[in-house]
Ligand binder design. Structure first.
Ligand SMILES: [Zn+2]
Length: 484
């Protein structure tokens, strides 16, 4: 059974990623994943889930159990998932006498310089978001009750156990992060908002979008330098992007292509797509480098690894590699060497504050999601209060469900953020502060990438000589940002 299962699970992943790739790259009009789920429904049926949950498990079986159980839950609510997603895709609002797509409202907010108009756009967006909240709540109730039905104490326990997230420990680390970065966060928030003429008392998250848009730095990140910057970075580590036959970089500007870069690991390691629609600007560079971190990981995975280590396992591992590449954009030496930026102080200040904001946002999201998945009633008020306290701007309750991912993906990002700083420090110690321009660092990373996601981030950190996943380095970095 396991052999057939592995073959079918691999085929399912390939079909699913191919479908996502075709739709998101604009090669196909509509995304149709339901037929794929239906064809492979036997991979997630309840008898199999129960058999896996009650058997003793080695590491490989553990990863399979996690995946099968979570897909079993998703399979039950997929009609709701699709209905909500399509409703949002089709929704429009009236703006300046025209119909604007719901999905365009965020980019419009980030580009809108007038505060009143920005807040009005935000209101329009929230009204659409809220229109699907009853369905989102229904979907969540189904997930919660299914977890109980499978014998778990709660949805929280289920995710924590299956994904080995160690949520208690992570929650403690994130409380410290919020506490220790408080004093550096609030003065910077106020000062940076003042630069775009927003007083802290009236600020909401849409103003943060406008702040981070950073259009004054667009000239530093031109479209035509983006791919060369990636090639040069990889070349520095001894990796020749042009000769990576299994990695296809798709930069063609198709109308239906999604504006955000993404990576589709269709067959690992033989067929990986890195898709981007470059228009230039800081955000484009950040998402290209992030996705390139995923892509390099996938194309270097050992072809002989089982599915559970190639595709399943600890997602914080691949997110950690993605952050490692992405945060080259916060590295003064890389900016000088690859982008030839002399004075990057103004840009760095904003970019580093953005990382601090994101960490405080995700740390508080973790605290909130623990409550949300324990008691759904009244969660909207907890969302506004917990995130509002951490972020110091108005957080609107209507987003309390849309602003979450299933199964504590926020915890996987947080673990990746912690791991990335540890990995980067290790690379600096071993290969020097310009590690990204050394073959040694490239070879070391390739040796990690080969193993897919077999080892969890805490194990990788221990291999580097750390005492497991340790948030103190991340916190030190966030607190120290203002000094350098
Ligand atoms: Zn990612």
């Amino acid at each position: 059974m396991i052999q057939d299962f592995a073959q079918d699970a691999e085929a399912f992943h390939q079909e699913l990623y191919r479908e996502y790739y075709l739709a998101e790259a604009g090669l196909k009009k509509r995304l149709a994943i339901t037929p794929i789920y239906n064809r492979y429904a036997h991979l997630f049926n309840e008898p199999l889930v129960r058999a896996l949950l009650t058997s003793t498990r080695d590491r490989e079986d553990g990863y399979i159990t996690e995946w099968v159980t979570l897909e079993h839950l998703e399979n039950l609510v997929k009609a709701l998932t699709e209905r909500i997603s399509n409703a949002m895709r089709e929704a429009t609002v009236e703006w300046d006498g025209q119909q604007e797509a719901y999905h365009n409202l965020r980019p419009m907010m980030s580009n809108e310089r007038d505060l009143a108009r920005r807040h009005r756009l935000d209101e329009l967006e929230r009204a659409v978001t809220a229109s699907a909240n009853a369905e989102r709540a229904e979907r969540l109730r189904s997930l919660h009750s299914k977890a109980a039905h499978l014998g778990f104490d709660s949805y929280v326990t289920m995710c924590d156990e299956l994904r080995s997230l160690d949520l208690d420990r992570l929650t403690g680390q994130m409380r410290s992060l919020l506490e220790e970065t408080r004093d550096v966060f609030f003065p910077q928030l106020e000062e940076l908002l003042a630069k775009i003429e927003v007083a802290i008392q009236e600020a909401a998250t849409c103003d943060i979008l406008a702040l981070f848009r950073g259009s004054e730095f667009d000239a530093l990140f031109p479209e035509n330098m983006m791919m060369p910057a990636l090639s040069e970075t990889l070349a520095g580590m001894g990796i020749d992007l042009a000769r990576q036959g299994s990695l296809e970089v798709d930069t063609e500007p198709r109308p239906l292509k999604t504006p955000r870069a993404f990576c589709a690991p269709i067959r690992i390691p033989e067929e990986v797509k890195l898709v981007t629609k470059p228009t230039g600007g800081l955000e484009d560079y950040a998402s290209l480098l992030h996705e390139a971190g995923h892509a390099e990981h996938f194309v270097h995975v050992d072809a002989d690894l089982p599915l559970s280590f190639k595709r399943l396992g600890d997602n914080s591992v691949t997110e950690g590699y993605a952050f490692l590449f992405q945060y080259l954009l916060l590295n003064r030496r890389w900016l000088r060497r690859v982008l030839h930026l002399g004075d990057s102080a103004g840009y760095l200040r904003l970019a580093r504050f953005r990382k601090l904001w994101l960490l405080r946002r995700y740390a508080s999201k973790l605290l909130y999601e623990l409550q949300l998945h324990t008691e759904l009633d009244g969660a909207e008020h907890k969302y506004a209060r917990i995130l509002g306290d951490a972020l110091g701007v108005a957080i609107h309750a209507e987003n309390y469900l849309a602003d979450t991912d299933d199964a504590f993906y926020c915890a996987q990002y947080l673990r990746a953020w912690i791991f990335e700083v540890q990995l980067r420090r290790f690379l600096e110690e071993q290969f020097g502060v310009e590690w990204f321009a050394t073959r040694g660092a490239g070879e070391y990373l390739i040796s990690l990438w080969r193993r897919g996601q077999e080892h969890r981030v805490e194990e990788l950190a221990m291999d580097m000589g750390y005492d497991g996943l340790d948030s103190k380095y991340l916190i030190q970095e966030l607190v120290g940002f203002q000094d350098n």
